[in-house]
Design a protein around this ligand. Structure first.
Ligand SMILES: CC(C)(COP(=O)(O)OP(=O)(O)OC[C@H]1O[C@@H](n2cnc3c(N)ncnc32)[C@H](O)[C@@H]1OP(=O)(O)O)[C@@H](O)C(=O)NCCC(=O)NCCS
Length: 92
């Protein structure tokens, strides 16, 4: 993480698929975003996920991330999402 840049990319993987779709991803993101906004000066968190990864997109949308674009990179299409500190603060 580079605090000087005021933004950082995040990612999440639940390795054991028996634990997918149970809300743990949403819970982990809530905890992670709260930690980052409360203990760092980051203004923006961003991430990318594959266009066909509907589960991840739904989890991120439910965690207050918003879609801001799409990119084709190394042969794959990704959805770009972010969460700004101001949006996060408005929710709390
Ligand atoms: C992506 C990941 C972190 C999400 O965590 P999770 O605990 O599975 O997600 P949640 O349970 O919090 O939320 C998933 C939501 O998507 C929904 N969903 C799952 N598959 C879906 C589909 N095909 N279409 C529509 N909705 C779908 C679930 O029902 C759930 O919504 P709900 O709670 O309203 O019912 C986790 O699945 C994971 O690690 N996957 C493998 C790695 C990965 O894809 N990482 C992301 C890379 S960017």
């Amino acid at each position: 993480m580079n605090n000087l840049k005021k933004e950082t990319e995040i990612g999440i993987i639940i390795g054991n698929r028996d634990y997918w779709n149970k809300g743990y991803g949403r819970d982990a993101l809530k905890t992670l975003t709260q930690y980052l906004f409360e203990t760092t000066s980051f203004e923006r968190l961003h991430l990318k996920t594959l266009v066909n990864n509907i589960r991840a997109q739904k989890c991120f949308l439910q965690s207050s991330f918003q879609i801001y674009g799409q990119v084709h990179k190394t042969g794959f299409d990704y959805i770009l999402m972010d969460l700004r500190r101001s949006n996060w603060e408005n929710l709390h």
